[in-house]
Design a protein around this ligand. Structure first.
Ligand code: TEU
Length: 548
């Protein structure tokens, strides 16, 4: 059995601070807004909060371009607000996970301003530069910039590297001074009392600085070519010695490499690197309107579970700030099925092995907005993709259809608190339009409805907390080929639970002749039907049964 710890037993809630709650009327969420909602957060039964960046930033990538890692962006509040927020979480038994964005900084960070100022500046090698007299650098793909990852800077007649937007130059992790700077930043926050770190885009931190030319088309397998260089593990061990171990904090990597071996190398306890990683296979299968198949879904989660059944630990998530809404991609957002299908997905997340991550708004079933025109988009990634589509002569109508469905802006609309103007998010003009369905979908109305998505979520976090079998128990997939129902068991010693999830919009049944006496632990309907060996489930019904 894996060694027990709080971050395995915890349930994590992710807050996108810009969109959570505004208290000063500037239309932009703030730390005081989070403070105001601490009792709500606690009422969810979550025990960890990860907040996206709130540091000083020109907000080219909504804060993933940091210009001062030790300062709070004034729009979010002050350091005192942060400290009050942290204390408020700790008083409620909630651990705090800080987003550490150190694959790159903002181009407005003092380090970069220095670095670009001259070739012999002491900060020059804090970033990656290619002198233009050597000609053009070998092509590297950028995730956000159709022009590639090298940007020419005439000031010193050289190119600098940016894996993301051109305003996000990559830090040179091969430079030991840069690594020390990062550890110092982490120590600064650990000393303030944060409990964990989420390492943004971390698998790309180490680079092969001979800048080899990669085969054409390699960028379709981006992680394999640009991620998880062997040196990365040395750096992580160093980070672990310098920060993680010293302060007894935890760290989760965004991304898990491209093989299970990569993932194990990141998280296996005896290696002393990180403690958890999250893979992208689940969200990757849901990025187009054609969607995923249930058999794919079962396959992804069963493979990852089996790869981590003996050692290592992963996160379980279906949504975050880089994706459109959970219910649109994996459930059924129609008024008829929105509630049961979201409840079913939340039952899944909270009954798997691995630490569940819930993105704000998914506990009430928030949905995508409709954004058919590119003019409305503000996200640097969406705009970059659009430019690429134009440059490649793609069918733009088709492109917009996919973007409208999958854009991460869908997942960044203001939290829907109540049915007052702007959903109670702000008294001003929200930075991003509120979903027009806020009168039907909001916290206040669900709070008073015992059958709501919200109250089901609360029940489910309690079920997980009360039943360690759902945290640590062995997972076994049942009837892999069933076209509608995802069934699995969790077993820990004498305890055994059976999870039955109907992923279809129709009644469906599964024959389980070997099952005898069971007791219902949670059900998103009043009950299910048992007909001989058959368990008959209603559309999107989700039941957890305890074997007697
Ligand atoms: O994302 C890193 C990453 O690998 C992206 O490919 C991500 O999967 C993609 O944006 C999906 O839309 C992280 C952050 O989560 C993201 O919000 C930032 O934009 C990015 O780093 C740059 O900091």
């Amino acid at each position: 059995l894996e060694e027990a710890t709080w971050w395995k037993e915890g349930v994590l809630y992710q807050i996108y601070p810009q969109s959570f709650k505004d208290t000063d009327g500037d239309g932009f969420g703030d730390l005081n807004g989070v403070i105001e909602k601490l009792d709500y957060i606690q009422s969810l039964g979550v025990t960890m909060v990860w907040m996206n960046p709130f540091f000083d930033s020109p907000l080219v990538d909504n804060g993933y371009d940091v210009s001062d890692y030790r300062a709070i962006l004034p729009r979010y509040g002050t350091m005192e607000d942060f400290e009050r927020m942290l204390d408020g979480m700790h008083e409620r038994g909630i651990k705090f996970v800080l987003d550490v964005v150190v694959n790159h900084s903002s181009n407005q960070h003092e380090w970069f301003l220095q670095s670009r100022s001259s070739r012999d500046n002491p900060y020059r090698d804090y970033y990656h530069w290619w002198p233009a007299e050597k000609g053009e650098p070998p092509y590297r793909h950028s995730l956000f910039d159709p022009g590639g990852a090298w940007e020419y800077d005439s000031l010193t007649n050289a190119y600098y590297l940016h894996t993301f937007a051109e305003e996000q130059p990559d830090l040179n992790w091969e430079n030991p001074k840069v690594r020390q700077e990062v550890y110092d930043i982490m120590k600064f926050w650990a000393e303030k009392g944060v409990d964990g770190f989420r390492m943004d885009a971390f698998q790309f931190a180490s680079k092969d600085t001979t800048w080899p030319e990669f085969p054409e088309g390699h960028e379709k397998d981006f992680i394999k070519w640009y991620g998880m260089r062997p040196q990365l593990h040395e750096y992580l061990k160093e980070m672990n010695r310098e920060v993680i171990e010293k302060y007894d904090v935890f760290a989760v990597a965004e991304g898990a490499g491209s093989t299970f071996q990569d993932a194990h190398d990141l998280v296996d306890a005896e290696r002393k690197e990180l403690q958890m990683a999250y893979h992208f296979e689940s969200v990757d299968m849901s990025r187009t309107p054609e969607g995923y198949t249930l058999s794919q879904f079962k396959d992804v989660f069963s493979r990852w579970d089996s790869a981590f059944s003996k050692k290592g630990w992963i996160a379980i998530f279906l949504s975050n700030h880089d994706n459109s809404r959970l219910v649109n991609r994996f459930g059924n957002p129609s008024p008829e099925f929105r509630t049961p299908s979201t409840q079913m997905l939340n039952t899944f997340l909270l009954s798997m092995r691995g630490t569940p991550y819930t993105y704000y708004g998914d506990e009430i079933g928030m949905t995508n907005i409709d954004m058919p025109n590119i003019e409305e988009y503000v996200d640097v990634e969406a705009i970059g993709k659009y430019k690429t589509a134009v440059a490649n002569g793609e069918d733009l109508a088709e492109f917009m259809k996919v973007l409208n469905y999958s854009s991460r802006e869908n997942g960044r609309t203001p939290m829907q608190w109540d049915d007052s103007e702007n959903a109670g998010f702000t008294t001003g003009t929200p930075w991003k339009r509120v979903n027009e369905n806020y009168k039907e979908i909001n916290v206040a109305s669900q709070d008073s409805d015992p059958n709501s998505i919200l109250n089901h979520f609360r029940k489910m976090t309690k079920v997980r907390k009360d039943n360690p079998v759902l945290v640590y128990g062995d997972y076994e997939l049942i009837q892999k080929e069933h076209p509608d129902i995802y069934a699995y068991s969790r077993t820990l010693g004498e305890e055994k639970m059976l999870v039955l999830l109907n992923f279809s919009n129709q009644n469906s049944s599964i024959d389980l002749p070997e099952i005898e006496g069971v007791e219902t632990v949670i059900d998103n309907y009043k009950d299910y039907t048992r007909d001989g060996a058959a368990f008959v489930l209603k559309p999107y019904q989700a039941v957890i049964l305890k074997m007697k």
